[in-house]
Design a protein around this ligand. Sequence first.
Ligand SMILES: [Ca+2]
Length: 51
Amino acid sequence: MRYPVGGTLVNTMQIFDGDGDSRNDIVGTLDRNALSGLSNDALVLFLNTGF
Ligand SMILES: [Ca+2]
């Protein structure tokens, strides 16, 4: 499977309480496909701050 050079995909997103404050947060893994397709992956964490 080919991806555009420099594209960013969201591989997975999971909802869980990452910081234990009883509000659900979201963690996602980003796959930023460089030429190898395996570099520049990243984890992102979205904290629900309860506004
Ligand atoms: Ca939380």
